[in-house]
Design a protein around this ligand. Structure first.
Ligand code: 5GP
Ligand code: ZN
Length: 114
């Protein structure tokens, strides 16, 4: 955990966020700049900067992030579908360097993304 990481600060409670899900390894909260009617960030409590930094020891945690996203989507009634995205590194469009999954729904998405 690092003080300069905004998602670590949200996880520890020193920065406010609208939480929608929490368990022992993962939290989820509303994105502050939503790009869809539902835009939730699913974030591991453990600081891992990028997906590329994940090691074999993080494999169960990565599964938990995906499973939490599916659970939240089900609870939100996103039965028509949704987008689950992890931006990785500069060219992947990552701006916050603490791994997070964007769960986006409530509108039609297109492929390829921009
Ligand atoms: P990235 O570009 O790294 O994949 O996504 C970072 C996301 O975090 C963006 O969608 C941005 O709106 C969101 N974000 C950045 N800072 C904060 C914050 O302090 N609170 C919340 N709730 N979301 C944030
Ligand atoms: Zn962090």
């Amino acid at each position: 955990m690092t003080n300069s990481c905004i998602f670590c600060r949200i996880v520890e409670g020193s920065l406010p966020a609208t939480f929608v899900y929490q368990d022992e390894s993962v939290v989820a909260f509303e994105d502050r700049n939503p790009q869809a009617p539902t835009h939730i960030l699913v974030v591991p409590r453990l600081h891992v900067a990028t997906l590329a930094d994940a090691t074999a020891s993080h494999e169960p945690l990565l599964g938990r992030i995906l499973f939490a996203a599916a659970r939240i989507a089900r609870e939100r009634g996103l039965a028509s579908g949704y987008r689950a995205v992890i931006n990785n590194g500069e060219w992947g469009g990552q701006t916050v360097f603490h791994v997070h999954l964007h769960l986006m729904g409530g509108r039609q998405f297109h492929w390829p993304p921009g």
